[in-house]
Design a protein around this ligand. Structure first.
Ligand code: WT7
Length: 654
């Protein structure tokens, strides 16, 4: 929605934190924010040593930071366990019997609450199940689960024994699972018979079976064991000797599992995300720095309190679900609410009904969802009492000021501060965000950098730009939760993030700062789309398309979309003798869903006589974007090899 964030009409409206909110908040003024921020970037070792004292360390670090660009190590020599920080340390306190996770299933009336003591017990037991099944420190565990508390149990159980998890979103296909198994070398998969979504069952186990069949066909299959959680009760195939039931496994273990003593830089998880080339990148996060940042942002940005019922609507398959549904809130000892299904099931007011019923106080969702709620209309909201809410957050893409205003008024009752949080899978947690008791906000800007974040907007030569000049977003210093690499690909790590500018992290986003220093993020400037807050590489979709026997060439671009931010538009040329008709178009859509998953379903497939290329053979995406958006062609077309293809493209309707 980058076209909207420029709208100056609303940009001039400033929303100052309410006095009573500021009074109670941990950071209650801009002066306090500025002082702390300054210390955090000029004396990071001192600043973060102080903040890290809030966590439970089995052994204190000897050095806070070692920075050999592009490799950072935080809390060297320190030992801690993420699961111990999220669970054990709350047990000796009044939090032991408070709700850690409140869960609702999609079918109406299904509810579960796990107290900290109960969650601790479940995690210990499941950690013993993992051990029993041969999982050791450093092993990779692939998690392909629905949104049930057991997904969090599985993650924390891995953390407890020092195994790495790699959660794969349920909207990815069997082929995507296969690719992630091969890249990570996971030897065990945790899944479920299915999960409920919009009244239907997502066949998770079936997808895992198909992935394993594909792996067996390729001759290399590291997966020795599949543990299946019974969620839906639908019948699934159980492969003797390979597949076991979750509940059955629990019968063999006890709840005694001391947390492993882990170095602060022990890998915690790998999470795959799309890049501008075909293959998703396995983003690696480690223990100490990641946990500290998750904890600190929940403390300062979400201002979480013991009395809060906090709800992050993200799926556990995305980084938001990792940091802000599981690790951050639990490290804080907060109550994290979890919902399994769709926002419009059984009706469009499911979210508001959940907020009312559970007294949700802090609510974190995505602009794409907010736009859908707006479209469904205020009457769904008005049916419910949302007065429990005190703070709202958004993440995933730039929020258009209209959606911000609606969120503020209709959901927040004009009383709740909104934190628009800019960050990425790679950054581990919030990077640019308001602090709700301090930062004046304007609809559409993520405002100012969080502690330790030295963000800037630079030109192509790396020079910092002045107010209101558009450029590229960079981070000039290491921060505790920065990615530690791309799994198994050092060269790509350097090339992707640290080669555009010397000594700076290149985020891949375009941005500008206004005269008050606020960052206005425009969106991706690489070949990565943001579809409904999900990152999707155009190259991934293109390679899926050309793997279809009828396709000769494909180019994929994004087109502005009112609800999803961007829609996926595919330009396709077919092979000699192939009929480019509706049936083929449907087949190509289905093919992309099969190869990548429903998350990548093309919105439009347009058949073209040829693709516009430069004389050196590069596809001119700029032109395709303009055509997809129905705009008049702008800019230089003199390098175009054959102008006539543009005419055929413009005529190619979906
Ligand atoms: C990309 C990262 C971070 C969790 C969700 C997405 C875009 C994210 C914002 C925001 C403007 C945003 C950026 C970024 N993005 N939040 N508040 N304002 N843009 O994680 O899949 O790693 O995607 O999402 O383009 O680079 P991700």
């Amino acid at each position: 929605m980058s076209n909207n964030i420029e709208s100056t009409l609303v940009e001039n409206r400033v929303f100052k934190p309410a006095k009573d909110f500021a009074k109670k908040a941990r950071i209650g003024s801009m002066a306090q924010y500025r002082k702390m921020w300054k210390e955090s970037v000029t004396k990071p070792e001192k600043f973060f040593a102080r903040e890290a004292a809030d966590l439970t360390w089995q052994k204190k670090w000897t050095k806070v930071l070692e920075w050999k660009c592009p490799y950072a190590k935080w809390f060297i020599g320190g030992k801690l366990n993420v699961a111990e920080n999220c669970l054990d340390r709350h047990l000796g306190t009044a939090r032991a019997n408070k709700a850690a996770i409140i869960w609702q299933g999609e079918p109406m009336g299904e509810k579960r609450t796990l107290t900290y003591a109960q969650l601790h017990r479940e995690v210990c037991r499941f950690a013993n199940v993992l051990k029993r099944n041969g999982v050791k420190n450093g092993d990779r565990v692939l998690i392909y689960m629905p949104m049930v508390p057991e997904a969090a149990v599985a993650m924390l159980a891995c953390a407890r024994i020092g195994a790495m998890h790699s959660v794969v979103f349920g909207g990815f296909s069997a082929e995507s699972i296969k690719d992630r198994v091969l890249d990570s070398g996971a030897k065990i998969i945790l899944t479920a018979d299915g999960g409920f979504r919009r009244g239907a069952v997502v066949p998770l186990k079936k997808n895992v079976d198909d992935a394993l069949t594909l792996l067996a066909g390729g001759g290399a299959n590291p997966v020795k064991r599949v543990i299946v959680f019974k969620r839906t009760g639908q019948e699934v195939h159980i492969e003797e000797g390979r597949d076991v039931w979750w509940s059955r496994e629990l019968e063999y273990v006890d709840a005694d599992c001391p947390p492993a003593l882990l170095d602060a830089e022990t890998p915690l998880f790998i999470l795959y995300t799309s890049g501008s080339t075909g293959k998703p990148k396995g983003i690696l996060h480690t223990t100490g720095g990641y946990l500290l940042h998750a904890y600190m942002t929940c403390k300062y940005v979400f201002d979480l309190r013991d009395e809060d019922v906090y709800w992050c609507t993200a799926d556990v398959g995305w980084v938001t679900g990792h940091t802000y549904m599981v690790y951050g809130p639990l490290a804080m000892g907060a109550t994290s609410f979890m919902y399994e299904g769709a926002p419009n099931w059984p009706e469009n007011d499911r979210f508001w009904q959940i907020i009312e019923e559970n007294g949700v106080t802090v609510f974190y969702t995505a602009p794409t969802a907010i736009r859908a709620f707006m479209k469904w209309g205020d009457s769904w909201v008005k049916k419910h009492d949302l007065s429990s809410l005190r703070l709202l957050g958004t993440v995933g893409e730039p929020i258009n000021p209209e959606a911000w205003m609606w969120y503020h008024r209709t959901i927040g009752g004009s009383r709740c501060p909104i934190v628009d949080t800019w960050w990425q899978t790679e950054t581990g947690g919030h990077m640019i965000t308001p602090l709700p008791g301090a930062t004046p906000t304007k609809p559409g800007t993520a405002t100012l950098p969080f502690f330790g974040v030295d963000a800037a907007v630079v030109d192509d030569a790396g020079n910092e730009l002045g107010a209101n000049q558009g450029g590229k977003l960079v981070i000039r210093k290491p921060w505790p939760s920065m990615l530690r690499g791309i799994w198994g690909d050092k060269a790509r790590y350097k090339a992707t993030y640290w080669s555009e500018y010397k000594g700076m992290y290149f985020a891949g986003d375009g941005a500008r700062r206004d005269k008050d220093g606020n960052f206005w993020i425009v969106g991706r400037i690489d070949d990565v789309l943001n579809v409904a807050g999900h990152r999707l590489g155009t190259a991934e979709v293109e390679s899926a398309l050309v793997s279809h026997p009828s396709v000769a060439e494909a180019a994929v671009v994004g087109k502005p979309d009112e609800l999803k931010g961007q829609a996926v538009v595919c330009f396709v040329t077919v092979k000699e003798g192939v009929k480019a008709d509706r049936a083929l178009r449907d087949a190509l859509r289905a093919h992309v869903r099969k190869v990548i998953g429903p998350v990548a379903t093309p919105d439009e497939v347009r058949f073209a006589g040829g693709l516009p290329k430069t004389r050196s053979g590069k596809i001119m995406r700029r032109l395709l974007k303009q055509i997809a958006a129905g705009e008049a062609l702008k800019g230089d077309t003199t390098t175009l090899e054959d102008f006539s293809v543009v005419a055929t493209l413009a005529a190619a309707e979906d």
